[in-house]
Write a protein that binds this ligand. Structure first.
Ligand code: BES
Ligand code: MN
Ligand code: ZN
Length: 465
């Protein structure tokens, strides 16, 4: 979708002009006043479309209700513009203009809503999805905010594309290649031998069963005199078959999405390279595949992570936490104050929160609360799950420092307690479990089926402030 900024939005020739209506607020728009049905009061999400019969430069007008003007915020605008844009696509409108009658700065959330809704993963389809080709916004909107929204939208698209791509395309080597192609970011790829040298025995055990070589990716954005240093880590399982503890067919079906955390990190680093905040950002991905084969790691194996702690493999399908263990150790040695990891980590989190909210845990309450708040602002929900010692006790092993799984229930918290073992006490750490939110099996709000790009908006907003 191309964006054009125009001075005289009311007179732009387009297929659909999207205008707004607030509850109880008179509108000067004659078309709404004359033709809107009785029940069109401007309630959130109400839509009314009218053909203007050549009376205006726009062929059709679409009016969308935005609720009470006093309650307006970015989330309401983004979601409702998304709804309007989907309607436009159905109407096969190629050129769409948005002109809202409000003092609220609607430009950026409107653009973001339009881009999110206009996204389809149809690269491999010969018949493409219907979509809007060109969007017009008035030059009255906050143009700086809109250009930031353009960067965010582009990052979300990269993230969504990568996690929608099949595992045959999005391999560890491909992720490494994409990381290296981001301009303005210095990227180091640690090959298997280097990881061995560093003692990443947990990560490398997971990678061992696959013919795809593991790629440990370290992206660095280092400005002069940064006001703080942060590392962001994404789970990068390019495919999770479960390994020798193989998953049943139904559970394996979407496991190409098990690198959504790493796709998020790639998207965020791309945005950071353009927005250039005065924060040092390290993007880290321990990518590999979890496959069953003669060289796979086995239940009962005892692994040693980079910080020297030993892990008895209880279940080879609890592989994400093993790769993250070494990534967390590595990140904590970078002299950063904060570490955030994002991972499609547990089915248990998906059971608890569904596709509506991601789980969040951490070792510092203020830090966790800040991220939850950031999520609220950008429209990504996080719900804190407990980090009680009892979850850790369940993972005690007879032969090693810990096992990689606990009891059957409370799996999201157990995974959180496992990860905590690999985080230094002097860094603030938060873990985002996005198993339920990264990939949708049916459309939800602005999003089509498939990848949502979860985490991109939260992490960018958290970093740039
Ligand atoms: N990648 C899965 C978690 C997952 C499940 C993500 C559903 C997205 C949708 C993870 O590696 C996994 O297999 N977890 C196991 C852990 C168990 C063996 C302790 C799970 O949640 O069942
Ligand atoms: Mn697994
Ligand atoms: Zn997994």
């Amino acid at each position: 979708m191309k964006l054009a900024i125009v001075d005289d939005i009311k007179n732009i020739e387009c297929d659909v002009l999207i205008i707004n209506k607030f509850i109880g607020k008179e509108t000067s728009n004659e078309l709404i006043n004359r033709f809107a049905p009785e029940n069109f009061k401007g309630e959130k999400g109400q839509i009314f479309v009218i053909h203007t019969q050549d009376k205006t430069p726009a062929k059709q007008i679409l009016a969308i209700g935005l609720g009470n003007e006093t309650e307006i915020n970015n989330n309401i605008i983004r979601e409702n513009v998304a709804k309007a844009i989907k309607k436009c696509a159905q109407l096969e409108a190629g050129k769409v203009a948005i002109d809202f009658d409000t003092k609220y700065n609607y430009g950026a959330p409107a653009f973001l809503g339009a881009s999110i809704a206009n996204y389809h993963f149809d690269k491999y389809k010969t018949k493409k999805e219907k979509h809007v080709k060109e969007l017009f916004l008035s030059s009255n909107v906050d143009l700086e905010a809109v250009s930031k929204a353009e960067v965010i939208a582009e990052s979300m698209k990269l993230t969504r594309d990568l996690s929608n791509e099949p595992a045959q395309f999005a391999t560890p080597s491909k992720l490494a290649e994409i990381a290296k192609s981001i301009e303005g970011i210095e990227t180091e790829i640690l090959e298997k031998e280097k990881c061995e040298e560093l003692g990443m025995g947990a990560y490398l055990a997971v990678a061992r069963g696959s013919v795809e070589s593991p790629k440990f990716i370290h992206m660095k954005y280092i400005p002069q005199n940064p006001k703080k240093r942060i590392a962001i880590i994404g789970k990068g399982l390019c495919f999770d078959s479960g390994g020798l503890d193989i998953k049943p067919a139904n559970s394996m079906l979407n496991m190409k999405d098990d690198m959504s955390g790493s796709a998020c990190i790639l998207g965020v680093m791309k945005a950071i390279s353009k927005i250039k905040p005065d924060v040092e950002v390290h993007g880290i991905i321990a990518s590999c595949e979890n496959m069953p084969s003669g060289s796979s790691y086995k239940p009962g194996d005892i692994l040693k992570a980079m910080n020297g702690k030993t892990i008895e493999v209880d279940n080879t399908d609890a592989e994400g936490r093993l790769t993250l263990a070494d990534a967390l150790c590595y990140a904590c040695e970078l002299d950063v104050e904060e570490v955030i990891d994002i991972a499609t980590l547990t089915g248990a989190c998906m059971v608890a929160l569904g596709s509506i909210a991601s789980g969040i845990m951490g070792n510092n309450n203020d830090f966790v609360q800040k991220i939850i708040k950031t999520g609220e602002i950008v429209g990504e929900k996080y719900w804190e799950l407990p980090m009680w010692q009892e979850y850790r006790d369940n993972m005690d092993s007879d032969v090693a420092d810990m096992k990689n799984t606990g009891t059957r229930y409370g799996g999201a918290s157990a995974a959180g307690m496992f990860l905590k073992e690999f985080v230094s006490d002097n860094v603030k750490w938060a873990h985002l479990d996005v198993a339920g939110t990264a990939f949708l099996d049916k459309p939800q709000k602005e999003f089509s089926k498939g990848s949502t790009g979860i985490g991109v908006r939260t992490l960018i907003k958290y970093i740039i402030g």
